[in-house]
Ligand binder design. Structure first.
Ligand code: AKB
Length: 336
């Protein structure tokens, strides 16, 4: 008999850490986690962890033979800055990795005659606004607007959304009988901020880096101009979005990809919040013009009204509450 499990890929990353905690608290189904890296110590006891590569076909075959997955949270990805240094491997991990897992989910959906749920964190990086004037004009983008990403990561996320839709709606469309399909659902996240982990390889990283540096008492040179604006979200809200989307009844889901967001801040406003709690922080601006151009192409804010309407999305943390109740107390404790 195959063992029932929820699979989390990329589990040692920022979202994985918080998701393991939440899923192990909420559910009865055991967790199986995959990552090239070991898990952080504090979540090791909560899951069966395999240090493995999602591109390894033998691994995927072994997973299918040993496990029956109710849900797959596919978090593994190389992010937007890192991806620009090695576009080939980024494409392999982000696209081929997702394709392999979608095929696994499709096979298992057929075997068990019940859809495997496939939860996919997509990103604001799927947007690509051509210039600052357009960014100001289209301040809150809808899901279908400005889907012209400039990074390998953004292009990969956009294409993987389409792959997910294909496996949920059109897979084997010419067969005599339609198979049971994968239940693919995606959220497009803004820049995420965790109190417990420092991001690496992303381009929205200047926000969390600024905050963690201030808490450590280290100077920080922000790599974008003060006026650069994108939306952000505190990690507990990101986990809430993934879990609420997964829990939404199929009839409520009118689209497979949803924007979710919390608060939009310029780098200057982000700095203002950091200085409010760490008044001695030394924060300067030393724009890296190339990374800044990537952030400039991302939307100033995202319209998440479809998520609010269909599955009751509502963030718990605005900027004030995020800094005051989640980020500052936990980060301060961490570096004490
Ligand atoms: C990145 O900066 O690449 C990520 C993202 C916005 O998806 N944090």
């Amino acid at each position: 008999m195959r063992k029932k499990a929820i699979l989390i890929t990329g589990a040692a990353g920022e979202i994985g850490h918080a998701l393991i905690e939440a899923l192990s608290k909420n559910g009865k189904t055991p967790l199986l986690t995959l990552d090239l890296e070991p898990l952080p110590e504090d979540v090791r006891g909560l899951t069966t962890h395999w240090e493995a590569d999602i591109l390894d076909q033998k691994l995927l075959d072994r997973l299918v033979s040993e496990y029956e997955f109710d849900a797959i949270y596919h978090l593994a990805a190389l992010l937007s800055t890192r991806g620009e240094f090695s576009p080939g491997i980024t494409h392999q991990v982000n696209v081929n990795g997702t394709m392999g897992l979608l095929r696994l989910a499709a096979e298992q959906s057929e075997w068990r005659q019940k859809p495997v749920q496939f939860i996919f964190p997509s990103s604001i990086a799927v947007y690509g606004l051509p210039d600052l004037e357009t960014k100001t004009q289209y301040a809150r983008v809808r899901e279908w607007e400005w889907n012209y990403p400039r990074t390998m990561y953004g292009a990969n996320k956009l294409y993987c959304e389409l792959l997910g839709i294909y496996f949920s709606e059109y897979y084997r469309q010419l067969a005599a009988e339609q198979p049971v399909m994968v239940d693919f659902r995606a959220v497009r996240f803004p820049g995420l901020i965790s109190a417990f982990t420092i991001p690496s390889g992303g381009t929205s990283d200047y926000g969390p880096e600024m905050l963690h540096a201030a808490a450590k008492g280290e100077p920080y040179a922000c790599f974008v101009r003060p006026d650069v604006r994108i939306p952000f979200m505190a990690m507990p809200d990101a986990i809430k979005a993934l879990l609420n989307l997964a829990a939404a009844p199929a009839e409520a889901i009118c689209q497979r990809v949803y924007n979710v967001t919390s608060f939009s801040l310029s780098a200057e406003e982000f700095k203002g919040w950091v200085l409010k709690f760490f008044p001695d922080a030394e924060i300067t601006h030393a724009p890296d013009l190339k990374r800044q151009a990537i952030v400039d192409s991302w939307a100033a804010d995202m319209d998440d009204s479809a998520a609010r309407r269909d599955w009751g999305w509502q963030p718990d943390y605005d900027a004030q509450r995020a800094f005051e109740e989640y980020l500052v107390p936990n980060i301060t404790k961490r570096y004490q």
